[in-house]
Design a protein around this ligand. Structure first.
Ligand SMILES: CC1=C(/C=C/C(C)=C/C=C/C(C)=C/C=O)C(C)(C)CCC1
Ligand SMILES: [Fe+2]
Length: 326
């Protein structure tokens, strides 16, 4: 189902590898475009996920209780950003590791004829490995640019921050060794689950996706790779997952009518996405720093994403349980 995302990732990597480039300012554009294209809207469906996951209509009760808990979590975490920005940032990376990892796990388990990931341990390794790629590979391949992008986020709250540890050799060597071991363990453990031709195919998918993602984050500057990965890889997978929960979108998606599906989902996601934009504006004014560049704007957007990722991850984890991923 996601072969077209492979194509986009491969094309972006190839274009950059043969010398294609973007000016420093334009490098933020793909990420900022995800405010409207796939990225932010993929979380804009969180309010319908609980009801659709149970095959029910959206009730006022789910909306009210869910909305209250969702806001409480988001606001509490936003306060942490103001009080302890570095800790909030590290927590964001850890949360993203879990969220992106499990986000890649569900198609490997549910959307193949037969998965090669039979046991819980194989799935834990697969999710940990996939989630680590976008966060770890750019530190190894582009340490200074990565640190700059990270500093641009935390600096909004603390102008003195340097995050020097991110580029310290011991940190990078440890991280590199741990990451390599993790990816190899995940792929080897997955290989043990291959018992027939279908499961073998599923393992080859896993291998291909792992390789494509590693290459994307090795070749492209971190912020550009993120601008490709987040909307076009992570968010499309989540959107397809939500589409499959509802008859109005599951049919069209299975028939390959992608635009029809996207329009219906886009409409469903519109109120929450607009709400998130209002909160973005509030956040942009509330952060201590003045947002004077594309880099600052991207930094503020990442804080917005962070704040929503906490409740979003909890909802997706509930769906994972419900769909027997765990
Ligand atoms: C990859 C990457 C970064 C981390 C981005 C993160 C952690 C984004 C998370 C987004 C989420 C969780 C969206 C919702 O699904 C940095 C540090 C900015 C540096 C540039 C490369
Ligand atoms: Fe997500």
């Amino acid at each position: 189902m996601f072969e077209c995302t492979w194509f986009v990732v491969a094309a972006a990597t190839a274009l950059w590898a043969i010398g294609g480039t973007l000016s420093t300012e334009l490098r933020y554009v793909p990420l900022l475009l995800s405010i409207v294209v796939f990225g932010l809207p993929h979380g804009g469906l969180d309010h319908v996920t609980l009801s659709r996951g149970r095959g029910r209509d959206l009730s006022l009760r789910t909306l009210a209780v869910g909305g209250a808990l969702y806001s409480l979590l988001a606001i509490s975490y936003a306060i942490v950003w103001f009080v302890a920005p570095t800790a909030a940032f590290v927590a964001f990376l850890l949360l993203t590791w879990i969220h992106w990892g499990t986000g890649d796990l569900f198609p490997m388990v549910l959307l193949v004829e037969r998965t090669h990931l039979d046991t819980r341990l194989q799935r834990v390794f697969a999710a940990a490995s996939r989630g680590a790629i976008p966060l770890v590979v750019p530190i190894l391949a582009h340490p200074v640019t990565y640190r700059d992008a990270a500093v641009a986020v935390v600096r909004l709250f603390d102008p003195t921050i340097s995050l020097a540890w991110l580029t310290a050799p011991t940190f990078r060597i440890t991280l590199g060794l741990g990451f390599t071991a993790l990816v190899l363990t995940a792929l080897s453990a997955g290989r043990l689950g291959v018992s027939d031709a279908e499961a073998r195919r599923s393992w080859y998918y896993d291998l291909t996706e792992t390789a494509l993602l590693v290459l994307l984050f090795v070749v492209l500057p971190p912020i550009v790779a993120l601008g490709v990965y987040f909307p076009l890889w992570h968010s499309t997978r989540h959107l397809a997952r939500i589409a499959l929960l509802d008859d109005r979108t599951a049919g069209p998606l299975r028939e390959g009518r992608v635009w029809r599906t996207a329009l219906t989902l886009g409409y469903d996601a519109l109120p929450m996405t607009l709400g998130a934009l209002v909160i973005f504006a509030v956040l942009a004014v509330a952060v201590p720093a003045h947002l004077g560049s594309m880099q600052d704007l991207a930094g503020a957007y990442l804080v917005l994403l962070a704040v929503f990722t906490l409740p979003h991850t909890i909802i997706v984890t509930w769906l994972d349980k419900r769909q027997h991923i765990w």
